[in-house]
Design a protein around this ligand. Structure first.
Ligand code: PLZ
Length: 454
């Protein structure tokens, strides 16, 4: 059967339309209420308050139709309010909202675990446990690795992002805004250099080999291989700036872990579920992690996360050792089954590759035209450009990045930035976005560059 087109059955007009300046008057009213009622610790990128969304469009309370290049940070991969997600959720919520799987179980949780066993890398026997958020999945993956190995230490990488809870803050690299003032952090977390081709001191060509050797030396001298429970890695780093390590680096890390009985955890919370043009970013390199954490795209916008991995590791935990009141909530599981069915029916991986083919020439054209564009990188529908001072000077340029981002927002294009230095402009459109909106968004980015950089 030919893959079904993504945008059928989306009722929202798929055209950008601005009827006010942004944010409009209704959004401004709501934002005043937000400032009076919501902690200022919860920041907002573009204070246009959204009331409905679908395809590639977000509709705000003033009636503006905005183009979505963020998918709520890589969540609405199958589109916002995707028809199969809505149908499954509506049916499920009318039947059963909650029992707590640990008290009296239900089928949807089991069905999601079966789907994860089928879709995640490797054909070994697998088990899953479901949670509410990405950070919670990461915490549990570390708990499981520690129980299985009887070891304490965990190695994470420079530029990593794994969450905002205490253990995951320790794993996350960047201080401001994620960690600043929130310590002390969980112990026995060690950090290795990331294979970051653009910024590797001796150049991109030597990055893979030298970064691997630096990792090996760090584990040997600072941790000790036999003390190391887990290495956790985003196969393409997300919040850290869509950093793509050189081909082969990840599989060498995997081999090292296998040799020393260290659990390799792939954090695919941002890269997973067709975002990069494969079901999981590890697939691209043929790497099979021992454990994989997933969230975001898994459930089309409902909160669900998972740890999936080798049966012997997942089953090493004592009964009752994993859980939580809401983990694997039946409504979130029904949403996941709808999202996964949509990804299969639409051949979402192929769609992500089409988006890459549409974006990359346009981003490369920006690199040719503006010397502040030092890098174009990413895979599938997870793409970014890194902005620097220009003319071979790699000093990060967060100022131009913020100005270009703000210009896009003013024109009704919802874009995101990223990066340890705040100088990465990233693109995560929903795969359901029609091509004409993607092209229009790229046109706005061209205008933004012209306006900010002349
Ligand atoms: N691991 C790789 O990308 C979440 C964070 C946004 P949660 N990334 C978006 C923000 O500023 O809070 C993420 C991720 C990777 C873990 C997480 C954490 O997932 O669902 O946000 O807890």
């Amino acid at each position: 059967m030919a893959p079904r087109a993504f945008d059928e059955r989306v009722s929202i007009d798929q055209n950008r339309r601005l009827v006010t300046s942004l944010p409009g008057p209704r959004s401004q009213e709501l934002h005043a209420r937000k400032n009076a009622a919501v902690s200022s610790g919860v920041g907002v990128g573009l204070p246009a308050y959204i009331e409905k969304a679908g395809g590639g469009i977000l509709v705000d309370v003033d009636g503006n139709h905005l183009i979505d290049f963020g998918s709520g940070i890589a969540v609405t991969t199958v589109g916002n309010a995707a028809p199969a997600v809505v149908a499954n959720v509506q049916e499920q919520v009318a039947d059963l909202t909650h029992t707590c799987f640990m008290v009296t179980p239900y089928e949807e949780y089991v069905a999601v675990a079966e789907a994860l066993a089928e879709l995640t890398p490797g054909d070994h026997e697998k088990r899953s446990a479901l949670f509410n958020s990405g950070a919670e999945a990461v915490e549990n993956a570390i708990k499981i690795a520690r129980t299985y190995t009887g070891r304490d230490a965990v190695v994470a990488f420079d530029h990593a992002y794994h969450g905002r809870t205490n253990l995951t803050m320790a794993l996350t690299a960047k201080s401001m805004p994620y960690k600043h003032g929130f310590g002390p952090f969980s112990p026995e977390v060690y950090r290795a250099p990331m294979a970051y081709p653009l910024r590797w001191p001796t150049g991109a060509d030597r990055c893979g080999d030298e970064a691997f050797q630096a990792f090996v030396d760090m584990v040997h001298t600072q941790v000790g291989e036999t003390n190391c429970a887990a290495v956790i890695i985003e196969p393409i780093q997300g919040e850290g700036g869509f950093i793509v390590p050189p081909q082969g680096w990840l599989s060498r890390i995997a081999d090292f872990c296998r040799e020393h009985g260290i659990v390799l955890i792939a954090d695919e919370i941002q890269t997973g579920f067709c975002r990069t043009g494969d079901w999981f970013a590890c697939d691209h390199e043929g790497v099979v992690p021992d454990l994989i954490t997933t969230a975001k795209g898994i459930a089309g916008g409902l909160p669900l996360a998972a740890v999936t991995g080798r049966a012997e590791i997942m089953d090493s935990v004592h009964s009752g050792g994993l859980g939580g009141t809401y983990g694997g909530n039946p409504v979130a599981c029904a949403a996941a089954l709808g999202a996964i069915a949509t990804m299969k029916e639409t051949d979402a991986c192929a769609r992500a590759k089409q988006i890459e083919a549409l974006f990359v020439p346009r981003l490369e054209a920006l690199r040719s035209k503006y010397d502040v564009v030092a890098d174009v990188r990413g895979r599938g529908a997870m793409l970014a450009i890194e902005l620097t001072a220009g003319a071979g000077d790699l000093t990060p340029n967060p100022k131009a990045t913020a100005a270009i981002n703000a210009y896009c927002h003013s024109q009704g294009l919802v874009t995101l930035t990223a990066g340890t230095f705040g100088n990465v402009f990233r693109f995560l459109p929903p795969l359901s976005s029609p091509d004409h909106l993607l092209t229009e968004g790229l046109d706005i980015i061209d205008e933004a560059f012209a306006s900010v950089l002349g």
